[in-house]
Each structure stands twice: as structure tokens, then as C-alpha cells.
Design a protein around this ligand. Structure first.
Ligand code: URP
Ligand code: ZN
Ligand code: ZN
Ligand code: ZN
Length: 484
């Protein structure tokens, strides 16, 4: 059974052209004019693009005394509804737990996924066991990225010595470290002080994590990665201070990637000053939303290429869960949703305003991600032989975002009331039509794990350079006698 997407305009990260796409066996088998197939999807007036890849999600994540409410079933359903066809989630060992043990838990959770997925492995503590298991994770499990939290002191946070050890291990294995870059010691101190002063509402969450906290940690992680000789991926870059560190590093030739979130690009800190406690608490995430100047910086980064990708950090908690923090903002579970809304919001506020071209949109939502995480061109491409993870994007289709019609399991949406123009007409996951003219036809369990090989070309180039410039003993001929 073949499917043909007819009459659309193909938009990739570097090309725009009119052609049909023929799909069979889950892959693209031909691109050209006047193609025929058993099932025909009418793409007239639409763009045919690689499906979105969300490089940063937390589905059914154990965190702050609870679990995030969207699991791999509802989370990937939301993803497909919004044109995203692959998610990369974080396998998160609790401190003391082995990496392989944690991976087994994530394998079990992900069996219900509607679309393909991969994992980053988190390093939340350090030991010989972690050192050894990292190799198995890379070589046998197809995971080439390791996440490190520089915040969440007393829980997930790792210190500089652990960061350096883990980054060096990543370099040896041809893997790439990721960092949540906030100075956890300072956040803990500021939080305690704010609470002691009676500043216990959700707005204090933002006060406890100013941009300097993020800028400092981003710069530190970049320097540690440089000393370890490994590329670095900085998750949820939210402010100019962090962006500046990334921009400077890239200008110096360092291999650093920055990932702004759709939330930080489109929502600002005024949300935390809302009179309604629930409204503000629902938007508590780390780093917090920033002001307009920081937003402008993030958009400029996407335009200039100093920031590489757009993610969601989808980590959805219900209002009831957020209320764990009434009277103490440090107990509000950190995280917001966005899987269904990332693509329409970025199209509307990026392409719709002229800040991004359609090709740049494809790059930052899909192709760059597939390249950086090393699953291109299986994913992130409209090419013969690539997986048929595609979105047929109708630039004229409009809706108002509202929780009452969303796929996510939670009872609100941080983008509630936002008007978007640009939505999927069809979303295909490995050739299977999961969204058909607004109707969801996904299949639970259809999603497969995507293995990602180590030793990317960037990683190899960097290790060649590091080897060439490594310290070398100078062999001398005349050695002075001691004491002379
Ligand atoms: O607040 C956030 N971002 N929650 C999810 C966990 C993380 O830090 O990425
Ligand atoms: Zn049809
Ligand atoms: Zn984080
Ligand atoms: Zn996250």
C-alpha cells in the first residue's frame, strides 16, 4: 500500500520546490511530478516539510515529588496533532541508580508512543558504575547524548568535578554532553532568602533565578566542555546572558549549540505577576520566562544562527500538582507543556511575522536537530530513503489555542487564547497518517526507538584538533645539572 502526497510545495532546510512525495513501507521512495499511489493526500496550497523533532521532553517524569502528567501516550499524541513526529526524552536515574536500570524504566514507559522517539541519558550522580555504564549506553543502546543538571541542588544537580569527569568520558565515547545551565548553589541561596523574607508566591521563582544565574552556568559549562574537548548542547537557553556566552563561544570556533524554547520566545515574565496564583504557578518552569529584551535576543539568535534549535521541554503538571507549592514557591513542580503548540506558535510568531523564513523554520524545528543529535537523514529530511515523518502544513489554517481541545492530559494551556495561523493538514509518522484534516488517527504503540550513533563528524573533527594541540613534553638535549 503506497501513499502519495500530491500538489504541495516541498520545503526543506535549504530548498523550496513543487513536487509530489511517494511513500511505501514507511519511507519516502520517490519525489517528483505526477506520482501515483494507492492513497492520495491532497497538499494543494500546503507546504510539505519534515515532521518536527522535539529534542527535549519529559514524559511521565518523576520530579519534585510527583510525575509529569503527560506520558508517552498523551505526549506523542499531542506531538502529532501539532506536526511533531519525533520526541527525544530524558532517561533519568535517581541518584544512586544505575544508567541501565533507569533506561529499562524508560523503555517500559515508551511502549505506548504514537510516534518515534529517542532518549538522552542523564548523569545525575558520579561513580565507577556510571563511568562504565556510559559505554554500554553509547555502544549497545544507541544513545549518544548525556544530560547534566547544574541546578536542582540536593536532587539532580552535579558539581564541576563530576561535570568535568563526565564530559571527558563523553569525549572518549564520541558522545555529546547536554547541560541545564543554572548555578544551583546560588538558586538555593536566593530561594531560601526570598522565603525567609515572606516572598513565597510564584513570582519569587523568577526572582530566585535571574539571568546572571543562567549566564554564569552556561559560560562555565562551555569552558568545561572546551577543556574536555567535547561539543556541548545547552538546553532551554532563555536569556541574553546565556545566549551571549554561546554566541561568543561559537565565534571562537567552539562547538556549542543553544536551544531556546517556544515558551521563552513567546511568553514573558509578566505572567508571574498575574493576580491569580494558579495562573502564575502554572507557568513556573526553570529557567523562568524573561522580559522582551531577552526574547528579542533569542529571536535574533535563531535568525543569525547563534542559536540552533527550538524545543518545548514539555513537562506538564496539572493545576492540582502545581498547588503542592501554595505557601512555598520552591515546591511548585517546575515545568510547562508545549508539544502540540511548538510548531504552530513558531510558524505564527516566526514565519508569520517575517522573523524566520519557512526554510529556517524547518531547520530549527527538525533538520538541525536531526543533524546535531545524529539521526539525519533518517529523520529531519524530505529525501528518498528517509523515514516518511512528514507534515503537510496549511499556512492558512487557523485556530485559537485552548485547553478544552488539546491532547495534553492537563487542565490548562500556557498558550490559552493565542491565535495561531499555520497548522498541519496531515501529519505522517513513518508513512502512517496520524492527523487527517484535523482528525486524529494515531496508533498507540506505533512509535519506535531511534538509535543514534556516536562519533558525529563534528565530534571527530574536534577530537582531531584536540589531539593535535594536546600538551606535549618538549624533548631537550642539554639538561642542566640540578642546583647549578
Ligand atoms: O522547569 C523545567 N524546565 N522542568 C523540567 C525539567 C528541566 O529542568 O528541564
Ligand atoms: Zn483523505
Ligand atoms: Zn532543565
Ligand atoms: Zn527539561
Amino acid at each position: 500500500m503506497s501513499t502519495v502526497i500530491k500538489g504541495g510545495t516541498i520545503v526543506t532546510a535549504d530548498l523550496t520546490y513543487e513536487a509530489d512525495v511517494l511513500i511505501e513501507g514507511g519511507q519516502i521512495i520517490e519525489i517528483g511530478r505526477d506520482l501515483k499511489g494507492d492513497e492520495v493526500l491532497d497538499a494543494a496550497g500546503c507546504y510539505v516539510m519534515p515532521g518536527g523533532i522535539d529534542p527535549h521532553t519529559h514524559l511521565e517524569m518523576p520530579f519534585m515529588g510527583t510525575y509529569s502528567s503527560d506520558d508517552f501516550e498523551s505526549g506523542t499524541r499531542a506531538a502529532l496533532a501539532g506536526g511533531t513526529t519525533m520526541v527525544v526524552d530524558f532517561a533519568l536515574p535517581s541518584p544512586g541508580q544505575g544508567l541501565l536500570d533507569a533506561l529499562q524504566m524508560w523503555d517500559n514507559k515508551s511502549t505506548r508512543a504514537h510516534c518515534d522517539y529517542s532518549f538522552h541519558m542523564a548523569v545525575t550522580w558520579w561513580s565507577e558504575q556510571v563511568f562504565n555504564e556510559m559505554e554500554t549506553v553509547v555502544r549497545e543502546r544507541g544513545i549518544n547524548t548525556f544530560k547534566h543538571f547544574m541546578a536542582y541542588k540536593g536532587a539532580l544537580m552535579v558539581n564541576d568535578d563530576e561535570l568535568f569527569a563526565s564530559f571527558q568520558r563523553c569525549a572518549e565515547l564520541g558522545a555529546m554532553p547536554l547541560v541545564h545551565a543554572e548555578n544551583g548553589d546560588i538558586v538555593a541561596d536566593l530561594s531560601a532568602r526570598l522565603l525567609a523574607e515572606g516572598n513565597n508566591g510564584p513570582e519569587a521563582h523568577a526572582y530566585s533565578r535571574p539571568p546572571a544565574v543562567e549566564g554564569e552556568a552556561t559560560n562555565r559549562a562551555i569552558m568545561i566542555a572546551d577543556m574536555a574537548g567535547v561539543p556541548l548542547y545547552v538546553v532551554h537557553t532563555s536569556c541574553e546572558e546565556a545566549h551571549e556566552a554561546i554566541r561568543r563561544a561559537r565565534m571562537q570556533g567552539k562547538r556549542v549549540y543553544g536551544e531556546p524554547l517556544i515558551q521563552h520566545l513567546t511568553l514573558d515574565e509578566s505572567e508571574y505577576f498575574n493576580q491569580d496564583w494558579d495562573h502564575a504557578a502554572r507557568r513556573v518552569m526553570s529557567p523562568p520566562f524573561r522580559n522582551k529584551q531577552h526574547q528579542d535576543s533569542l529571536w535574533a539568535g535563531l535568525q543569525s544562527g547563534s542559536l540552533s534549535v527550538v524545543a518545548t521541554d514539555h513537562c506538564a503538571f496539572s493545576t492540582e500538582q502545581k498547588r503542592f507549592g501554595v505557601g512555598d514557591f520552591t515546591k511548585i513542580p517546575n515545568g510547562t507543556g508545549g508539544l502540540e503548540d511548538r510548531m504552530p506558535m513558531l510558524w505564527t510568531h516566526g514565519v508569520g511575522t517575517g522573523r524566520l523564513t519557512p526554510n529556517e523554520f524547518v531547520a530549527v524545528t527538525s533538520t538541525n536537530i536531526a543533524k546535531i543529535l545524529n539521526c539525519y537523514p533518517k529523520k529531519g529530511a524530505v529525501l528518498v530513503g528517509a523515514d516518511a515523518d512528514l507534515v503537510v502544513w496549511d499556512p492558512d489554517k487557523e485556530k485559537t489555542i485552548t485547553a478544552s481541545s488539546q491532547q495534553s492530559a492537563i487542565d490548562y494551556n500556557v498558550f490559552e487564547g493565542k491565535q495561531v495561523k499555520g497548522l498541519p493538514r496531515f501529519t505522517l509518522t513513518r508513512g502512517r497518517v496520524a492527523v487527517h484534516d484535523g482528525e486524529l488517527r494515531g496508533q498507540e504503540g506505533h512509535g519506535e526507538f531511534v538509535k543514534r550513533e556516536p562519533n558525529t563528524s563534528v565530534g571527530r573533527a574536534l577530537s582531531t584538533w584536540k589531539e593535535l594541540t594536546a600538551p606535549r613534553k618538549v624533548e631537550r638535549t642539554g639538561i642542566p645539572a640540578s642546583g647549578v
